[in-house]
Design a protein. Structure first.
Length: 291
């Protein structure tokens, strides 16, 4: 088939600091990729729209967005970013802007659900029954794919906000989550690490206790996910996970905690993303392909 007769998909990975845009003929066939900084919606959405116009005629657009977002198609607020503290973005009608400007179907989900779908179909989860994608960076978020679909429930999971059991050498830190204090994000996100130890995890010496503490908390999320959903693959991405040895430590601790005791046994895997920095964008294109 010539490219002229194929449908061109548009994808947006909408993040708090940058929007990553792409067009492609399939989710894994990215033709052009472009990044713009996230400013106020009027500026950023117009810039994104202008870029897509310059790429040709798109047939559908997928958006994998930072949250919280409304995912209920029957809600008048579907496709909106809802109560974010990010200035200007509260109640932003992200999907509506592009639907109106391009008149094409819009696929819409969270950035982590997009990344989870992408890793499930085209990355670390190929051949697996189910997959969770966790990002550990400025915040901690997760998406879950079960039976081939991203789990939404009444909205979307916020698995970074579970309460881990406190590590015995980390009893005094109050945590930085504005909602919960010492939830997982309040204890193990990049800013929480900086708040305790004045440096990022990768800057701290390899024998620093922080490595053990952060691995302990992240392992508890993996353990809880397996216990509650029996998910087969858990993919840990995000800036903090680039710390040398962290993923291996989480994997080892999961075994020590008893993850292999679960009925899935050695089927449960804790791995790095295979799609790297394209996981979210590939997810956005998947949302465009499936809308
Ligand atoms: Zn929290």
């Amino acid at each position: 088939m010539s490219s002229a007769s194929k449908s061109l998909l548009g994808g947006i990975e909408a993040g708090g600091t940058k929007f990553v845009l792409a067009v492609g003929y399939s989710p894994t066939e990215i033709i052009e990729r472009h990044e713009i900084p996230t400013r106020v919606p009027a500026t950023t959405l117009a810039q994104a729209g202008d870029w897509f116009e310059g790429q040709g005629t798109i047939s559908s657009l997928g958006i994998a967005s930072f949250g919280p977002v409304e995912l209920d198609r029957s809600s008048p607020l579907w496709g909106h970013i809802t109560n974010t503290p990010k200035p200007g973005w509260e109640n932003c009608d992200l999907a509506g802007y592009f639907a109106e400007r391009f008149g094409v179907p819009i696929g819409f989900d969270t950035d982590v659900n997009g990344a989870a779908l992408a890793e499930f179909q085209h990355g670390a989860g190929k051949g697996a029954s189910s997959l969770a994608y966790i990002t550990v960076g400025t915040g901690i978020g997760g998406g879950l794919v079960l039976d081939g679909r991203a789990v939404h429930g009444a909205a979307h999971p916020e698995m970074g906000h579970i309460f881990p059991r406190r590590h015995e050498d980390d009893r005094d830190f109050k945590g930085i989550c504005p909602h919960h204090g010492d939830c997982l994000e309040g204890l193990a996100s990049g800013p929480a690490i900086e708040a305790r130890w004045g440096a990022s995890l990768s800057e701290l010496p390899a024998d620093h206790i922080a490595h053990e503490i952060i691995a302990d908390y992240l392992t508890q999320l993996a353990h809880s996910l397996i216990a509650m959903t029996a998910v087969e693959m858990i993919v840990f991405g995000g800036g903090v996970m680039k710390t040398g040895g962290l993923l291996e430590r989480v994997d080892r601790k999961a075994s020590e905690l008893g993850a292999r005791y679960f009925p899935g046994g050695s089927k449960h895997k804790i791995v790095s993303p295979e799609l790297g920095h394209n996981a979210g964008l590939t997810g956005a294109l998947l949302l465009a392909a499936e809308v």
